[in-house]
Structures are given as C-alpha cells and as structure tokens.
Design a protein. Sequence first.
Length: 410
Amino acid sequence: MATPKNSATQAAVRRTTTRSRSTSTASKAAPATTTASAASTAAAAAGASAPATGERPSAAAAPSIKTSTTGQRKKVSLALQGGGAHGAFAWGVMDKILEDGRLEIEGLSGTSAGSMNAAVAAYGLIKGPEGAREALHEFWHSISKAGERFSPLQQTPFEKFFHGWKIEHSMANQMFKFMSHTLSPYQINPQNFNPLKDVLESVVDFEELEQHSKTKLFITATNVRTGKARVFDAPEVTAQVCLASACLPYLFQAVEIEGEHYWDGGFMGNPVLYPLFYHTESRDVIIVHINPIERPGPPTAIEDIYNRVNEISFNTSLIKELRAVAFVQKMMDEGWIKDEYRDKMKYVLMHSIRADNAMSDLSVTTKFAWQWEFLTMLRDRGRAYAQQWIADNYDHVGVRSSVDIHKEFL
C-alpha cells in the first residue's frame, strides 16, 4: 500500500493569527464487541514507504483551517510519545485528524515532546479544531525561531550547503556531544536557562487552559527521588510541568514542582495510557508513535547503537502497559470475568499510528534539529500517515481494535 505523497497534504494558505497575546506566528462510542483485537491494518500503513519529502512548504506556509464535516464524529483519545524535534511528526498527525473532522479528541496523554503537543492542542481546542491547528502551528514555528537564536547546534554556511539540516555532521554537534557527556547541566547551564518555557508561555495561556479546557489532559514526568511516574491532569498542568515531562537529565537540570524534582516522563511512561482508560468516555485510544518499535538489522555505528538503546528503553513502559491491556481483553473475550463485574470494566479499543518507517532515515541528532524546513517535512509525513490511517481505520473506531497487540507489540 503506497503512502500518499506530501503534495497531497500541501493545500496550505496564509493566515494571520488574531490572538492578541501571540508574540510570533507563521502565518458515546458504539457498543463494544468483545471479539479479540483484529490484525492491524494500521500496521500496513506503518509498513508502507515513508512519504516523499521533496516537495516542502515555504517557511511562511500555514495550515488550512477548514475541517471536514463528512461522516459521523467519533470520540477518541490520543497518546502522544516524546522524541524531541521528531514530535513534529505527531503535530502532523493531529493536524490531519483535526482537519478531517470525523474524530473528536476527548483526551490527550503526552510525554516529553508529546506533552508539549498535548498541552498546546488542549489549549487550542478551547476554540475548536481550527484553534488547535493554529496553536500547534504557532508553537512549532516558535520552536524553530528559538532554535535559530539559542540552539548550540548551529551550522556553518559550508555545513548547511552540503548537509542541510543533518546536524550530525556539524562541528557544533561534536562539541555538544563532548560537553554533554563530560559536564552536567548544572555546570554547563548554572542559570538553568531554557527558552522552551518562553515558547510555551507565548503560545499557551495556562490559566485559561485550567479554567476553560474541555479536553482531558494528562502529562507524565518521572520523580527523580522515587523513580515513579507522576501524572499531572489538566488543572495541574503548567509550563513548568511540561518542562519537567521533557527534562532530559544530561541536558537540563531537574525541574522542581512542589518540593519534588522531575525528569523526562519517557523513563516511566512514553506515554502513560491508563488515565485515558479511567477518565474518558471513549474506549478508543490512538497511540501516535515517535520512537520506532522495529528497525531492520542491528546497528553498528556507536551513535546508532546509542539511538537504538534509547528507543528500546523509551518504548519499554508502553509495551508493558499494552501487555496489561491485552490481558484484560483476553479475560473479557474468553469469559473469565463474572457477569456482575463485566460492566465495571472498560473494553479498551487500541489503535496505533506507527512511525517505524517514517523515522527510519533520521539519526538521533535530528531530535535536536530546529530548522523550519525539517519540522514541516516531519509535519507532512505525519499528515500523510494520519490520512492513510483514517482511510483504513475510521470504520473500526468505536467497533473494534485496529491493531493486534500480541502481533505488533508483545
């Protein structure tokens, strides 16, 4: 099955943000069937070749804010993985879902870059799908602008000419790796400067998010002292919480919240799924993957080895949680649960938008890339994968899982 090309996703128009506080701009589920989860057609979408990346929008291109109204609207929840700049792929997935209009996002659970996408989208959804698309676009454009000013991974004109956004070849990247493996962030950045905080607060009014958000929001961080996951829900989410969820311990000082210190939530949940089971009406959860589950062959270069170790580590908690989901499904499918208890359990329907092929050509260093051309390329890949997933799996939503957990993850 061929994945649609980017040219099919580039109906973009300029628009001027009308939010006065912006500082910069570029422009009930159907009854459950207790059959076992079916083999994934989503996996087929993930197995297709990555969308072409030759045609890319200009830096000023903004997404169309028109949404489709065809088809019945179905509630879903999204679970968003982290992965630095690769989170722009999830931006594209959400952008297409919001544009299509047939899936209503009831809940969002995010970790690291996924927490940024979740918080920004939840805030934008106060104004509806168009507001969420606009907010996400503004956030990632602001990330690119901040990278231009503050990223230590700046390239020379010579490096830009020959390597584009592939910063793994830059001298700055070599120096950055040496410094981050030799000195702690408490030594490198004693003032604890993090431009991401300013970017978040320029896009999201967290007080308004707390008071008016209709989207159930869950952000995960790892408690450094206890090693446990802490899930912050919508009333608790602040810029500081998002920074905690994205705090890589080799790059940033631990984030203090209420006397406790936190690191990246990906260590304990990437992302955490269970809040979406317990606190939403919808039984459908779509996992938007950033870290590939599978890769062809063993890595041999040292950077590729480190990258694969990171991917496996950050997918471990998710796979363990999916194993628990599969166990509960098996108990309900095979009648292990007494009738008086069945109604107290939710039969969760799992879906998956995989990024194995979409990220297969990207090195670990590109998680720190900030160039607008690179971010919009990932956005367009995400849009293409989401478009194909919706075409293949919309009819499954509210009816059955579209991914076979045992086959794909266990």
